[in-house]
Design a protein around this ligand. Structure first.
Ligand SMILES: Nc1ncnc2c1ncn2[C@@H]1O[C@H](COP(=O)(O)OP(=O)(O)OP(=O)(O)O)[C@@H](O)[C@H]1O
Ligand SMILES: [Mg+2]
Length: 444
């Protein structure tokens, strides 16, 4: 009988141990011998009490116990073992004729029983090895359960770590999104400001173009007036001289009167023309620089703008068409239309008719279903598909370096879409001219 209390668990698992408790020395010894022969490590005690303390100390794999013993009976030992060593199978050894004791023991949780004296050693071997099998299954089960628990714990820890990493990541992402949003808001603010500045600049530019056009137009009638008045002044001087010297003849008088009348008529006609131009210009220029909404006749207004641009257009033929039965009086921002028409006309002049060939521009105005439609077209050289697709993009120009900033059509787009809540389409093909269709609702 070896003392294996100090062995490690794995060694203990390879050497199977049995505690035998019996008060009859011969019986106990015979069990010991048989079990040792079967390869088991055996501990022995001669009563229940000693058996229990040895069981608690050595933790054998199984216990074989006699039932009737001094100090502590086998039944009491069994009860203690069921409580304290629940995983250790207890096989009871009973003398002949004590079947009630066996039944009670099995009720209390005994694994099996063996009658003594043991005549067939195979019976003992079979019973013990079944008990050993149960122990080993039990252990495997426990190990498996332990392994599972460890695995669950490990995975839980991993998940917890991943979770906290994710949480950290989420925080830093949120921070990043926050920062980027702030940056974007700034960029958008800047862009809005820049766009407003560009719109203002373009407004001034279109005013500049108007001024240039108007001065050219005024120059001609004023020049003619000046020439005629100067010539009349010369005639007046010689007329005066002839009158005071008494040399004035009747036909000189008639000729002077004739010249004076002609001059007066020519000067009146040209000054009227100039004054009309100034009226048009006054109306348009005031609207360009102010944002006031007012009621006006769109047809008359577009005519005014086209008239103001006449100076720029030289040989270009301009026609305007509209349904005379409709009332084109609208309440809107007239300055917007100056900009829209000016930009369209200037584009036709710079891009469509750039070759110097005089072209034609047609503006149509229509009202249908509470929508105003302005169709602007020229019969110039048109655009490539590529240019047409980008025509409304800011800074897109095919004349960079030749004065084009590429903002004209973008500003037109913004005015129509944002200020008039409308739409604008561009139709154009190479050599087939260009058409812009602008639509906007009348009540805004
Ligand atoms: N009527 C047209 N016929 C042919 N091409 C045109 C016409 N209108 C616009 N384009 C094309 O569209 C481009 C963009 O026009 P946009 O008015 O935006 O810029 P731009 O005229 O080049 O410069 P700016 O800012 O001085 O007006 C032009 O460069 C030109 O290639
Ligand atoms: Mg332009």
């Amino acid at each position: 009988m070896n003392n294996i209390g100090d062995l490690t668990l794995s060694e203990k698992q390879t050497i199977q141990t049995i505690l035998i408790v019996d008060d009859e020395d011969i019986v106990r010894q015979s069990f010991c011998d048989q079990l040792e022969d079967l390869g088991y490590q055996v501990y022995a005690a001669n009563n229940g009490k000693a058996g229990l303390s040895l069981a608690l100390e050595k933790m054998p794999d199984i216990i074989l116990t006699d039932l009737r013993m001094p100090l502590m009976s086998g039944i009491e030992l069994l009860e203690q073992c069921v409580q304290l060593l629940a995983d250790t199978p207890v096989i009871v050894i009973s003398g002949a004729g004590l079947i009630e004791d066996v039944v009670q023991a099995l009720h209390l949780g005994a694994f099996d029983y063996i009658s003594k004296p043991v005549r067939d050693p195979n019976l003992l071997k079979a019973t013990v090895s079944r008990a050993m099998q149960q122990v080993s299954l039990h252990r495997q089960n426990k190990n498996y359960q332990l392994h599972l628990e460890q695995m669950v714990e490990q995975r839980t820890t991993q998940l917890r770590e991943t979770n906290s990493q994710l949480e950290l990541h989420k925080h830093s992402l949120e921070k990043l999104v926050d920062e980027r949003t702030k940056e974007l808001v700034l960029v958008i603010d800047n862009l809005n400001q820049t766009q407003q500045q560009l719109i203002d600049a373009e407004k001034m530019a279109s005013l500049g173009r108007l001024v240039a056009g108007i001065s050219h137009e005024l120059n001609t009638p004023l020049g003619i007036c000046l020439t005629f008045i100067s010539s009349l002044e010369e005639k007046l001087t010689s007329f005066q001289r002839a009158f005071y010297s008494g040399e004035l003849r009747r036909e000189d008088f008639a000729s002077f009167l004739q010249s004076a009348r002609e001059t007066s008529s020519i000067v009146t006609s040209h000054l009227t023309q100039a004054s009309e131009l100034v009226q048009d210009f006054k109306m348009v220029s005031v609207d360009v620089s102010s944002e006031k909404k007012r009621e006006f006749d769109l047809v008359e207004y577009v005519k005014n703008v086209l008239n103001s641009l006449k100076g720029e257009m030289l040989e270009t033929k301009i026609s305007i068409e509209y349904d005379r039965e409709n009332d084109f009086g609208i309440e809107s921002y007239p300055g917007l239309f100056t900009q829209i028409i000016t930009n369209l006309v200037m584009n036709s002049l710079t891009h469509a008719f750039a070759s110097g060939v005089a072209g034609a521009i047609k503006v149509e105005l229509k009202i249908a279903q509470k929508m105003m439609t302005i169709i602007y077209q020229d019969d110039g050289r048109g655009m490539t598909a590529d240019t047409r697709m980008q025509v409304f993009e800011p800074f897109f120009t095919t004349t960079r370096g030749n004065g084009g900033s590429g903002l004209g059509m973008n500003i037109l787009y913004n005015l129509v879409v944002n200020n008039l809540s409308g739409t604008v389409e561009c139709h154009s093909e190479i050599n087939l001219g260009t058409k812009f269709v602008i639509q906007f609702p009348l009540s805004q």
